[in-house]
Design a protein. Structure first.
Length: 101
């Protein structure tokens, strides 16, 4: 029984580390981008230009992917999609096996 409890503890620690890693990433994203944007705002007369936001958007995409992985959100390949694919392959396998009965 200790093995099962130890395994649960390790999985829980790993999950907490994943969530903590995401929040560290988010914090760094906010601090760095705030610094960059404030610096651009104070030192240029034309703030609203695309090149000023490339880092914000590019890194934001990476942050969104990190969040998706950490919190299990995947709009393209979510649980329902997985379930449909699994059922599809089970049905195909059953049809193939029925040919040999």
């Amino acid at each position: 029984m200790m093995g099962v409890e130890q395994n649960k503890l390790e999985r829980a620690k790993k999950r907490v580390d994943e969530i903590k890693g995401f929040y560290v990433h988010l914090s760094i994203y906010i601090v760095i981008n705030a610094f960059v944007l404030v610096n651009i705002y104070l030192n240029t007369d034309r703030f609203w230009q695309w090149p000023h936001f490339v880092t914000l958007f590019g890194w934001g995409i990476g942050l969104a992917l990190h969040a998706s992985k950490t919190f299990g959100f995947n709009p393209l390949f979510g649980k329902k999609w997985e379930e449909r694919q699994i059922q599809k392959y089970i049905d195909e396998d059953k049809k193939k096996m029925d040919k040999f009965k």
